[in-house]
Ligand binder design. Structure first.
Ligand code: AMP
Ligand code: MG
Length: 401
């Protein structure tokens, strides 16, 4: 049994960097940048009005109410490109360029326009400071400045910034290609009704969803039976030419737990096979040819925990992400928890805010590592050092799923 930190380092050391490709921005959510993103122009590209109103010189309206002559109109996409002189105003819309000579915008609610003959005037009712309701050219970002760096993930929050600077296509790390299969004579496909002593293969779908969520392209292969020949054949087939193979089940010490034997027979280089971790003690990380192999426990919660710790690190690391550890934080315990005496312990929990706004971690009291029903509500793992216990109200470390 090796400590978790050691196991994580062993994985980190063995993560290759994948190449990159250019893809359409619209397909890039969840992918990792393989180029720095720079502003191709000032943002905003011109002094932009934040309001519908009148562009004026602030000094002209210092003694408001005052009446100015309306000399033109600046609309979004169609500006007014002469100079505003003293005593003049230009009607302006939100998003439109502020003409030169004007240095503030008074909003339409504080102005009253009227005709005198065929000339139009506006009475500005209140003064405005210089710069009022104007976003200055380049104040959000200057041309050439870098917005995002290689290895950052593209998210729904930052994709608009890439779009605004013309990155219709963007260079991203290639997707790690991941194969997944379950093992176990008892496992049947999810579309089938399990017979006597059988259960559905929930792990393969969970793991392929997780792998995809972190930017991999995942393919589910047929299950292997609990015999050496079937396992070896399946491992060989599913790992061919791929970056990562994930298997579940058959890693414990039972008579039919043959995954390690199969990997050894095939000549895999095994990094570790037992980690001081609960759940997830039996877990194999290895390399077979160029493929990283993760053989996770069969119990669904153990499979999820070991995926988040090891496989996720490999998937994001291959894409160039430097911080491969899970995102952590702290929360207050709603009830006592206890770690295993000899193992780092992850307890699935959900989060809530209490009346004073504190973040509360509520352990999901399930039936252990096979309980995928209670795990279905999990938002974090509470991360406990071995042989520790914590009371309700204690602050604990949480790892976000
Ligand atoms: P094993 O590690 O093979 O002894 O499996 C441990 C437990 O996980 C057993 O109860 C298995 O039936 C269950 N299990 C194994 N593989 C899967 C799977 N693909 N989906 C859901 N449960 C599984
Ligand atoms: Mg099994």
């Amino acid at each position: 049994m090796i400590p978790l930190e050691k196991a994580l380092k062993a994985v980190d050391r063995n993560i290759p960097r994948l190449g990159s490709e250019r893809i359409a921005l619209g397909d890039s959510i969840g992918r990792v940048l393989a180029e720095d993103i720079a502003a191709d122009g000032d943002q905003p590209p011109f002094d932009r009005s934040m309001m519908d109103g009148f562009a004026v010189a602030a000094v002209d309206i210092a003694d408001a109410p005052v009446t100015l002559k309306i000399v033109g109109e600046s609309a979004a996409g169609h500006g007014w490109h002469r100079k505003v002189k003293r005593g003049e105003a230009v009607r302006i819309m939100t998003g439109a360029p502020v003409p030169s000579g004007a240095d503030s915008v008074q909003r339409v609610e504080l102005a009253r326009s009227f005709f005198k003959g065929d000339e139009e005037f506006v009475e500005i009712l209140e003064s405005a400071k210089k710069g009022m309701s104007i976003v200055k050219k380049g104040s959000e970002i200057r041309q050439g400045k870098r917005l995002f760096l290689t290895a950052e993930r593209i998210t729904p929050q930052n994709v608009a910034a890439l779009a605004a600077f013309g990155y219709a296509r963007v260079r991203v790390a290639k997707r790690p290609r991941v194969a997944i299969f379950g093992t176990g004579t008892e496992i049947v496909e999810i579309g089938k009704r399990p017979g006597r002593d059988q259960i559905r293969n929930s792990n393969s779908t969970m793991l392929s969803s997780l792998a995809s969520a972190f930017g991999a392209s995942a393919e589910i292969f047929p299950n292997a039976k609990d015999d050496l020949a079937s396992l070896k054949k399946q491992i060989k087939m599913a790992s061919r030419g791929l970056d990562i193979l994930i298997t579940t089940g058959g890693v414990s010490v039972g008579k039919y737990d043959l995954t390690k034997a199969a990997l050894t027979d095939l000549g895999a280089d095994i990094f570790f096979e037992k980690v001081a971790l609960k759940p997830g003690k039996p877990v194999i990380a290895a390399r077979l040819g160029k493929t990283l192999v993760f053989s996770l426990p069969g119990n669904p919660v153990s499979a999820a925990a070991t995926f988040y710790l090891f496989v996720r690190a490999a998937i994001v690391g291959m894409q160039g992400v430097k911080q491969t550890a899970m995102r952590t934080g702290t929360a207050t315990l709603s009830e006592p928890v206890k770690a295993a005496i000899d193992r780092r312990t992850l307890t699935a929990a959900r989060l809530e805010n209490d009346a004073s706004g504190r973040l509360i971690a509520i352990p999901l009291r399930g039936k252990g590592s096979s309980d995928l029903v209670s795990f279905a509500r999990a938002e974090v793992f509470i991360d406990l050092e071995m042989d520790t216990q914590h009371a309700a109200g204690d602050l604990v470390r949480i790892c976000y799923l």
